[in-house]
Design a protein. Structure first.
Length: 322
């Protein structure tokens, strides 16, 4: 059973009875988790019942039975009528997406860069893999989240590995995707689904160029001839720092592998499991609806309605599962 708690003046107040349409959402491209719910405060017409007045900045806890599944703050309160409110909350990763920083790295590997940044910002973190890519760069006025993403992008271009970063209850966690293999043990029961295939983001020719406006040099090029023959030629230009020109061929090949495939996405509605969030892997065995093998969760919305818990997941076929 879902339970919503607000903390005010150091006291925990159970407001579950006045909450509805509770959803918890996260996306693979963002660090944080969002919690939304409707809240009824009827103290205008019901003077005999005590109601809690919610305020922006209040801490909200969400429990499923005795399991804490969200902790964050109210960011937005929208009043819809005399007694009805819509409440939007984010966990503390919200500050990583908003707070800017200034930091310099000099020939430092990405793992050490992230650890140095987190130490500077008093952010607990665990980087659970070696990321040997060396970085020499100054970040001035970038958000903390953007710095982390840029460091991991450089590592992916260098190593060909994808990396996952999550924010869990006050701590940043980073690991290589192929180390995570977090396959959901339950057999998914699909109650509703849709499936799309597109070449919208397809690129089968990658050209690596300098990021400097004064340098027009082409450092490397890679093509997927079979894809070009089937779909026609789609070109993507990847800009790199001049210091990375020696790695241009590897960068081109890595980017080509990522982009030279059709985009296949399914949206499925399943019975809820709090373990599932973006970055997890769901294994399907339902070829009759086009879902077979391992799929990476890119977006997940959990819906809590009394004792009923469902989740809507956007998933893509996990090419890194082999």
């Amino acid at each position: 059973m879902m339970k919503v708690i607000v903390i005010q003046e150091g006291k925990q107040i159970d407001i579950s009875a006045f909450c509805g349409n509770v959803t918890r959402t996260d996306n693979i491209d963002s660090l944080g988790v969002e919690l939304d719910f409707d809240y009824v405060n009827n103290n205008v017409y019901d003077s005999y019942t005590w109601f809690t007045v919610l305020r922006t900045g209040n801490t909200i806890l969400l429990y499923d039975a005795d399991e804490l599944i969200f902790q964050g703050q109210i960011i937005t309160l929208s009043r819809n009528s005399v007694s009805s409110y819509s409440v939007k909350c984010f966990d503390n990763a919200f500050y990583l997406n908003k707070n800017q920083t200034k930091i310099q790295f000099t020939n430092l590997d990405v793992k050490s860069c992230i650890e140095k940044l987190c130490q500077q910002e008093y952010l607990p973190c665990k980087v659970d893999c070696d990321i040997p890519t060396k970085v020499t760069k100054i970040y001035n006025g970038e958000t903390i989240a953007n710095v982390i993403d840029d460091l991991l992008k450089q590592a992916t271009n260098d190593t060909g590995l994808k990396y996952r970063r999550e924010y869990n209850y006050g701590s940043l966690y980073v690991n290589a995707m192929n180390n995570l293999k977090m396959i959901w043990k339950s057999k998914p029961l699909v109650s509703d689904f849709s499936y799309d295939e597109s070449i919208d983001n397809l690129a089968n020719r990658v050209i690596v160029i300098s990021s400097s406006e004064k340098n027009t040099t082409v450092y490397a090029e890679a093509k997927n001839e079979a894809s070009i023959k089937m779909y026609g030629q789609y070109t993507h230009y990847e800009q790199v720092d001049d210091k990375k020109k020696d790695d241009a061929k590897k960068i081109a090949e890595t980017k080509l592998k990522e982009l030279s495939k059709t985009f296949e996405k399914a949206t499925v509605t399943l019975l809820g499991d709090n373990y599932i969030r973006s970055g997890r892997i769901i294994k399907f065995e339902q070829p009759e609806i086009g879902l077979y093998g391992e799929y990476l969760v890119e977006h997940c919305t959990h819906n809590y309605s009394g004792s009923l818990h469902t989740m809507e997941c956007e998933v893509i076929h996990n090419d890194d599962s082999k």
